[in-house]
Write a protein that binds this ligand. Structure first.
Ligand code: AMP
Ligand code: GLY
Length: 438
């Protein structure tokens, strides 16, 4: 029997609901506290009204409740030094230090690490002035004038412009550097070569040196079917991805990307422990890194965790890392297919409307309904409270089964103005259709 433990889970979105579910599933006797949690998490854990960014409040809560270890969901508290605050008190925590979280919170730092480590990625220039940025745009734009402009700091996924003309690229750089469209986050910009290909997300649990890799998934960032409409935090994901279905793929990513990156962080005095999210582009010249994140992805977590077998050992791996132990290396494969459909509020992503009453269909077998932006209204009924409202994951023996379950439940969810995509996993399904024709 596993010993009963008290775990503190920091955050309150769909990713944290999926993490709470997995912790409970792998270690049923544990007590889970979520700060602040959400109504879905509240069904399997105890929610405590402490904000994810309130470091002093979280340290006090962990001490008072004799928490064994803490798991941090979102990036903002990590970038602000939450893990350092816990470690200063000798309290175990799963998540990188502020210095190591810069791999996500500073794209300039992250690119510097990639260059030091010789990691395959797009060529880029870090620019602090418009004159520099305009020179870099002329240097790095391809023959179709495609070039990417990125605010260096955290901009909630909105600080990246994939420009398709020199004029658009210049305007994007001016908006960031001269008009401060992203505040301080855009005081430094990265001008980067455009990369063409499919994107993948790979999660790696690491103690700073040794790694446990999870199966790759594919996010769908655009709002509408056919990958049209504005960029979002992610409208859905699926797992496994056949393109990555070989040990050679994982070994390649670990050897060419993950190990050199961890070594470069260590060499800069910022060893990384926790979850390293590797955002990859599968280009014609092989996989290249688009970005690193210092935490689990959302909605990919809602997809990947339900795809794993019951004995995947995620709880133990995170617990070992949180306590400063040594991981035994492994590569965890998907045990079944999973498809997540995100249901977003009216007005998402620009101006999500809140306060719409939600009606959920009855629970279904092999369907997980993860709450992302929900709250209990005055009458105690469920209401929308954020841009992404629910992440509905279907699982099954095939991708088709998983997708049908996710979609059917998503169609049955009721709230005014709901938006969701009906084509999650389309790339994989069309790949298979092509393969069966050939
Ligand atoms: P990032 O925040 O760096 O992950 O960028 C957000 C999104 O912009 C990525 O998920 C890609 O879809 C796109 N993107 C970023 N960098 C590039 C690039 N160099 N070439 C093409 N697309 C990119
Ligand atoms: N789904 C993208 C991210 O978590 O950053």
């Amino acid at each position: 029997m596993a010993e009963p433990l008290t775990i503190l889970l920091v955050g309150g979105g769909g990713r944290e609901h999926a993490l709470a579910w997995r912790l409970r599933q792998e270690n049923p006797s544990s007590r889970i506290l979520a700060a602040p949690g959400n109504p879905g998490i509240g069904e399997i854990a105890t929610c405590v009204p402490v904000r994810a960014t309130d470091a002093a409040g979280l340290v006090a809560l962990a001490r008072q409740e004799r928490v064994d270890w803490t798991l941090v969901g979102p990036e903002a508290p990590l970038a602000a030094g939450l893990a350092d605050a816990f470690r200063a008190e000798s309290m175990p925590i799963f998540g990188p230090s502020r210095a190591a979280a810069a791999i996500e919170s500073s794209k300039a730092f992250s690119k510097g690490i990639m260059v030091d480590a010789g990691v395959p990625t797009a060529r880029a220039r870090t620019c602090g002035s418009l004159a520099e940025a305009n020179r870099a745009i002329d240097e790095l734009a391809d023959e179709s004038q495609r070039v990417v402009i990125k605010a260096s700091g955290l901009a909630a996924g909105k600080g990246v412009i994939v420009a398709t003309s020199i004029d658009d690229a210049r305007s994007a750089a001016a908006a960031m550097l001269s008009d401060h469209a992203f505040g301080e986050a855009g005081d430094t910009v990265l001008v980067e070569e455009f990369m063409d290909g499919e994107e993948l997300s790979v999660f790696v649990i690491t103690d700073g040196e040794r790694v446990v890799t999870l199966p790759a998934s594919q996010d769908h960032k655009r709002l509408a079917d056919g990958d049209r409409g504005p960029n979002t935090g992610g409208m859905g994901a699926y797992c496994p991805v056949s393109l990555t279905d070989s040990p050679a793929f994982t070994d390649d990513v670990v050897d060419r990307v993950v190990r050199p990156t961890l070594a470069a962080l260590q060499a800069r005095g910022a060893p990384f422990t926790g979850l390293l999210y590797v955002g990859l582009m599968l280009t014609a010249a092989g996989p290249k890194v688009v970005e690193f994140n210092c935490r689990f992805g959302d909605p990919e977590t809602e997809t990947v965790l339900p795809a794993l077998g019951d004995d995947a050992g995620i709880f133990d791996a995170m617990s070992t890392v949180a306590r400063g132990g040594r991981l035994s290396e492994s590569s965890v494969a998907a045990d079944r297919a999973a498809v997540t459909t995100v249901i977003a509020a009216a007005g998402y992503p620009e101006q999500p409307r809140t306060g719409d009453a939600i009606r959920l269909p009855a629970a279904e077998r092999d369907v997980f309904v993860f709450h992302a932006g929900t709250t209990k209204g005055k009458s105690g009924s469920l209401e929308t409270s954020g841009g992404r409202v629910l992440a509905v994951t279907g699982v099954g023996p095939t991708l088709e089964d998983a997708r049908a379950r996710s979609q059917e439940y998503a169609r049955g969810v009721e709230f005014a103005g709901k938006q969701f995509r009906s084509d999650i996993a389309w790339r994989e399904l069309s790949r298979r259709a092509r393969a069966s024709r050939d």
